[in-house]
Write a protein that binds this ligand. Structure first.
Ligand SMILES: [Zn+2]
Ligand SMILES: [Zn+2]
Length: 92
């Protein structure tokens, strides 16, 4: 199966095994050649967004790669360590 890459317009082949796998997973056919898919993945990694979010305990702003949803509790590393330490203590 020959497809034209939507990014570089080069033709690429979807091998039977890949097609079978895509069908099995109900995934659409890839629109980009493997090369572009790889490049796009790299770009996405570089573009990874950083969010500033205040620690739920001390309120100090920290940077997280996770998009903090509303009501999502995040602790800074220090508070998280304290939290863990406290949990361990109550267990003993
Ligand atoms: Zn391409
Ligand atoms: Zn904190």
């Amino acid at each position: 199966m020959i497809k034209t890459c939507g990014r570089c317009k080069k033709q690429f082949k979807i091998i039977t095994e890949e097609k079978k796998f895509l069908d099995k997973m109900s995934l659409p056919d890839p629109v980009n050649c493997p090369n572009c898919r790889h490049e796009l993945r790299m770009e996405q990694r570089n573009d990874r967004q950083f969010y500033k979010y205040p620690c739920a305990k001390c309120g100090q702003e920290m940077v997280t790669t996770v998009n903090p949803k509303k009501g999502y509790t995040v602790y800074c590393l220090k508070c998280y360590a304290d939290f863990r330490a406290n949990v361990d203590l109550t267990k003993v």
